[in-house]
Structures are given as structure tokens and as C-alpha cells.
Write a protein of this length. Sequence first.
Length: 487
Amino acid sequence: MTSVLKIYNTLSRETSVFEPIHKGYVGMYVCGPTVYSNAHLGNARTYISFDVIFRYLLHLGYKVRYVRNITDAGHLEGDRDEGEDKFAKKAKLEQVEPMEIVQKYTLDFHEVLRQFNTLPPSIEPTATGHIIEQIEMTKKIIANGYAYEVNGTIYFDVEKFSKEQNYTALSNRNLDDLLTNTRELDGQDEKKGRLDFALWIKAKPEHLMKWESPWGEGFPGWHIECSAMSSKYLGHEFDIHGGGMDLVPTHHTNEIAQNLACHHTQPARYWVHTNMLTVNGQKMSKSLGNSFLPAELFSGEHKLLDKGYSPMTVRFFMLQAHYRSTLDFRNEALQAAEKGLARLLSGVKIIEQLKTDVSSSFSVSEIKANVYNALNEDFNTPIALAHLFDAVRLINSVNDGKEHLSALDKAELSIFMQEITFNVLGLKHENDAGTEKVDGLMKMIIDMRADAKSKKDFTTSDFIRDQLKEIGIEIKDGKEGVSYTIL
Ligand code: AMP
Ligand code: ZN
């Protein structure tokens, strides 16, 4: 390999060489979903991005502990502890227990990620399974002087904290601007400062999901769960903390404050944030009403869709953008992704059939170096894909007799293309494309065309060739017989 892995760190605002705390090991925490509704395609983008990061770290030989939580309690509608509890609200709407909501949408989330071929995390802890740890952490923050109680609710004292530490270090926002843009407190508010947030919330008598605590019955705030669970499974200091960019100004800012106030350590060395999936330039989100469910995308049943797209087409479409760039949802881009994916998979398959020569007319090590350089540059999948397509072009040229490849190079290229395509990028064959059934079908069509040609029925033989081209399959008449390529 010709370069070392570099990662962009939101905290330092720099791309730097990745140096894990313990050689050979990586601890990575990614904020998981709030399971009160179906996972939309924007959520999927974030988890697919971290899946590639996880897969690449494994490929590089690290032993990775990937922790991704499930938020199944404590998330109010507003990120700053305003509004109704998301689970209670949905449970009322669907007339079920809050834990039925949690169960239903956790299953949905897992199913969506399974369809996108993401690997499960090493540990998937839930907020409700870690109430004791959250209470203990809250007690310590109070003891250290950074939180206070008002009528059974515990607030983090941002004002006090920000006199000693840079509260907005992660977002790089000006604290005064932040204060100006935050709602002023009124007579209804219990908290002392506008930016103070709840670590523990007193439960109203009718609230169903509540637990005993030193401050009476209540439930944890949203931010404390990630501090408690990351500390428990990865320690007070670990390597990577990730999530969507929308979590930077509040959730992750508060997580850092909690960890510093409790353990006196900034939890993660590298803060990694994925950019948003947008629709016509606007963030895809439930509240804006512009979100797709993955199932709608697969079936094509949505007003913004021309047709359905397979999970691997969607995954490929997402990999064509760098994880820190926005990605706008467009039908044309998905159609191009469909063709691109087929071309890549067909290229990987064709290597097996290539005839070998005594030497090679191009350098396999150069192809490998280019792909690794791209992935090492902050997991740059679009550039890596561009180099994989260069390789596919060369593979097709060998197939056409315009380039040649030695047996050793062929074996090396084959292993490399498979490893990157399937194990690192997490793509796979779907719907039997390029497999035995399609090969069988293509043989039948090619034979029919040959038959038409032998009878000098060129209208039919040309029709078959043109129709195949239209759907992205090219047939070629070569010395060795007729072959086909998915374009
Ligand atoms: P939530 O379930 O709302 O807590 O979101 C789960 C994850 O999805 C978080 O890391 C969010 O940042 C991320 N997310 C939400 N909307 C989008 C979007 N449109 N594009 C990419 N990631 C998103
Ligand atoms: Zn979190």
C-alpha cells in the first residue's frame, strides 16, 4: 500500500493521519436511530457511509469495536428538551405501548440496513438498557458542579461550563451568536440558562416510560445516553465518534460537555460527520415531508420517482458522492448508477474469463495504489470508483484483445477487484444479474440471433442486438464466438 489513512476531523477542522489510541485496535461509536418511525433514505445514507468506514478499517486489518446505539427513550421533539416525548406521541397515535413502537421501528431499521448490505455493529446498546449508567453519570456531573436540580429535573449548567471550557469547540460557532439565536427563557422555564439542557427529566404521572432515580421518577435526556454508552463500551477516550452533520451543534456538542464535566476527557480523537441527503437542495427529513422510505424507492411507488431502484443501485448511487458532500436525490443519477453498478459487476466477473499472456500491458499495482490512495484520503469512494472503472475499461480491453495480462497479474487483479467491490464497498450481485440464470438467458438470445443470421433474417438479428443495447447489454461478435457485456 502506498499511503496511510487520513481522516477529516470536525473538531480540528483538518484532515490528518489516523493514529488509533491502541495500535491495531479501533473503537468507533456512531449515534444510532431514534426508533419512533420508519428509517428514511437520509438515515440510510449516514449508516451506509459508516458501514464503508467500518469495512475499510477491517480491510486494513484493524480489530474494530463498532458501537451503534438505539435511542429508545428520552428523545423529545425539540433537541433542546422541548415538546412531547417522540415515543409517547407515536404510541398514542398508534394506540399501542411505547415499547411496541420501539420494537416495530427497531425491526424496520434492521431490515432496511440488511437490504443495503450493511454489517451489523459489534455492540448495539439501547438507552433503556443503560438507565443505571446514565443516572450514575448524572450524579457525577452534579457532584463535579456542572448540573443542578429543579423539581426533579436535572439540567446541565452550560454557562458555568463555558466559563472554563470552549462549549462550541465542535461546531465552531460563536457562543454569543448561539445565545442570541436561542429562545429567551420565560416564566414557564425552570432552567437557569438558555443553553442549559436536561440530563434527567421528571416524568409526569401519565408518562409510561419512567424509572426511579435519586430525584424521583423520570427518564434520561437524549444526550446523556451516548456519553454513558460510549464510556461504558469504549472507555473515556476512544478513536472515532460519528453521526450526521445535523448532530454537531447540539447533540455532539452536549456529549462533549457531559464527558468533560464527568470524566475530564474529550471522548473521541476523531469526530466524523456525514453530510445530508437532499431533495431539490433541501435536507431529506420527515418533518419537511420530502422523505422516501427505502421500500418506496425499491418499488418506485412515490410521486418523485420515475421507477423503482434496487438496494445495490441506491448504495452505489450513495458511494458516488463523498460522505462529507451533500448528495441530491435525482432520478437521472439513479439511472446512471444502475448502469454503473452493472458495468462494475460485469467487469469483476469478466476477469475470470480472460485469456492470459506471458506479460501484462498495464500495471495492476498502479490500479491498486490509485484505489488505496483514494480510500486513504478520508474514505473517498467516488475517486476510488473512478479508478475501479479505469480497471474495468482495461479488463474489457483485454477481453477484446487490445490489452494483455499475465496469469499472476490476472489473479492479483481479480482478488483485488472482488475485495474492494464486495468487502469494502459492500456491493453485491442482485436479481441474479451476471449469474447463471442471466448467462443462460443470454445464451438463448444469442443462439436465436445466430439462427436468424444463418437464415439471412438480418431484420431479426439486428432487432435483437439493438433491443439489448437499449436495455444496456452489448453483444460482441469475436473470434472466440459471441460474448455479452452489461454496459
Ligand atoms: P435520527 O433517527 O433522526 O436520530 O437520525 C439518525 C441518523 O440519521 C443521524 O445520524 C442523523 O444525522 C442522520 N440523518 C437524518 N437525516 C438525514 C439526511 N437527510 N441525510 C443524511 N443523514 C441523515
Ligand atoms: Zn448520540
